[in-house]
Design a protein. Structure first.
Length: 311
C-alpha cells in the first residue's frame, strides 16, 4: 500500500504509533516498526538519559524506520532539539505546543516533522511553520486535548479540505473499518493509541488493559474543560469522576504517582489516559497481529464500499 505517508516515512503500512509517556519505549515501538508501521519513542517523561538508551535499544531491535515525539508542554531540557538531532533521528512528531517553536530547526537539520493538531486553526499554523505533515486528533482520543474538542468525523475532513500536506487521522482508530473511514475523510494514514496501549507488548499493568477490555465507549471522562491547563480524556474511575464533578486547580498534580498507575495497576493513584475507542477493544493482541488484521479489514471495507459504488 502506498500513500504519501508511506513514501515520506519509508514504512509499509500507513499506521503510526502514539507517543505515550513512559510507555512508548523500545520494546513497544520496535514491535510496531517491525510490524510495518511507524514506531515512536516518547520524551514526555523527561527522562532523556533513559530515552537515549531506548533509542540505542531500538536500533538493536529493528532495522525499520522509527521516530521520536517532542511533547512541548513537558519539555524540561532546552536543548531537546539538539538531543534528537545528535541521536540521528530522521522523523519527529511535535505536539502539545506551538509548531513554530521547533519546526524550522528540525527541518534545517534534515528531519521530517509532523505536528499534532486538535483544530483547523492549529493545522493552518503548523502548515505555515513548514511541517511536512499533520496528525489530526479528534476529541474522542485519549490523552491531552483542546478544551474545545471536535470529533474526528468533523475535524479530519475539515483539515484535509484546507491543507495540501498529508494527514494522519487520530482519535477513535483501532481497526480496518475505522482506518477506511479515516481515508474516506481524506487522511492518508492513521495513528493508534488506546489500541496499542492495550497490546501484548505494551508495558502497562494488566489491570489497565483489563479495564480497557471491560470498558464501554462511555467509560472515559473529559477532564479540565475549563482549565487551567489542558483538557484530557481518561479512563472513568472514582478519582476521575470526582475530578470531572469538582474540577481541579492543577490537573498535572492530579496525576500523582503516574508509575503506580501505569506499572503497578492502581488505577486510583492517578489518571489513566484512555480514548473512547476502549469500548470496542475486546482482547489483548500482539502488535503485529493488530496491524496485519487492520490492513486486511481495511481492504475488505474498501472493497465493500466499492461494491456499493459499482451497484
Amino acid at each position: 500500500m502506498k500513500t504519501r505517508i508511506t513514501e515520506m516515512l519509508g514504512i509499509e503500512k500507513p499506521i503510526v504509533q502514539a507517543a505515550m509517556g513512559w510507555i512508548a519505549r523500545a520494546p513497544l515501538a520496535s514491535a510496531f516498526s517491525n510490524a510495518g508501521g511507524m514506531g515512536i519513542i516518547e520524551t514526555s517523561s523527561g527522562e532523556l538519559e533513559i530515552i537515549r538508551g531506548e533509542i540505542l535499544k531500538m536500533r538493536e531491535l529493528t532495522d525499520k524506520p522509527f521516530g521520536v515525539n517532542v511533547a512541548q508542554a513537558f519539555v524540561r531540557d532546552p536543548d531537546i532539539v539538539r538531543f534528537i538531532i545528535d541521536q540521528g533521528i530522521r522523523f519527529v512528531t511535535t505536539s502539545a505546543g506551538d509548531p513554530q517553536r521547533y519546526t524550522a530547526t528540525l527541518k534545517e537539520a534534515g528531519l521530517t516533522v509532523f505536528h499534532v493538531v486538535p483544530s483547523l486553526s492549529g493545522a493552518l499554523r503548523a502548515v505555515e511553520a513548514g511541517v511536512d505533515g499533520l496528525i489530526v486528533e479528534g476529541g474522542e482520543g485519549g490523552g491531552f486535548k483542546n478544551p474545545k474538542d471536535v470529533a474526528s468525523m468533523v475535524l479530519v475532513p475539515q483539515v484535509c479540505e484546507a491543507v495540501d500536506v498529508p494527514v494522519v487521522a487520530a482519535g477513535g482508530i483501532m481497526d480496518g473499518k475505522t482506518m477506511a473511514a479515516a481515508f474516506a475523510l481524506g487522511a492518508e494514514g492513521v495513528l493508534m493509541g488506546t489500541r496499542i496501549l492495550s497490546s501484548a507488548e505494551s508495558p502497562v499493568h494488566q489491570n489497565w488493559k483489563d479495564a480497557i477490555i471491560g470498558a464501554d465507549s462511555s467509560d472515559t471522562v473529559f477532564l479540565n474543560r475549563r482549565g487551567p491547563g489542558p483538557a484530557l480524556r481518561a479512563l472513568r474511575t472514582e478519582r476521575t469522576e470526582r475530578l470531572q464533578a469538582e474540577g481541579t486547580e492543577n490537573i498535572f498534580g492530579e496525576f500523582a504517582d503516574t508509575k503506580t498507575v501505569y506499572f503497578e495497576g492502581d488505577l486510583e493513584a492517578g489518571i489513566a489516559l484512555t480514548g473512547q475507542v476502549a469500548g470496542r477493544i475486546k482482547s489483548v493482541r500482539p502488535v503485529a497481529e493488530i496491524l496485519a488484521e487492520t490492513m486486511d479489514e481495511f481492504e475488505v471495507a474498501v472493497q465493500r464500499l466499492s461494491g456499493f459504488a459499482g451497484g
